[in-house]
Write a protein that binds this ligand. Structure first.
Ligand SMILES: [Zn+2]
Ligand SMILES: [Zn+2]
Length: 108
């Protein structure tokens, strides 16, 4: 995991009200970057979510073997946050790590 400061952790923890972004549990929370930090994406509060260890690293967790849909769901949510602001397509694309995500990418 990319390094985050205590302040960044606390901001995202408070944004998600101390609960897993996916299932709402308050136990075993971990910080997750929706867009991986190495993609030169600014480390904003928007780009962080709290996930429990199951939803983070479990089989169906975002980094897990069957986690592609959760990964996409979190990315589409983030993209929609950016779309709700006064940003143009290319600015959003840059914030999303250089590409645009679509609902069509859900894996079934
Ligand atoms: Zn969870
Ligand atoms: Zn993660």
């Amino acid at each position: 995991m990319a390094k985050i400061t205590q302040k960044e952790y606390d901001q995202v923890f408070n944004k998600d009200k101390g609960r897993c972004h996916e299932c709402g549990t308050t136990y075993g929370l971990e910080y997750h970057h929706v867009i991986f930090k190495s993609k030169h994406v600014p480390n904003t509060v928007d780009n962080g979510v709290m996930l429990c260890s199951k939803d983070h690293r479990g089989t169906y967790g975002v980094h897990g073997k069957f986690g592609k849909n959760l990964d996409l769901k979190l990315k589409l949510e983030l993209q929609n946050i950016y779309k709700s602001r006064d940003l143009d397509f290319n600015e959003i694309k840059a914030l999303m790590g250089g590409r645009h995500y679509s609902e069509d990418e859900y894996f079934d």
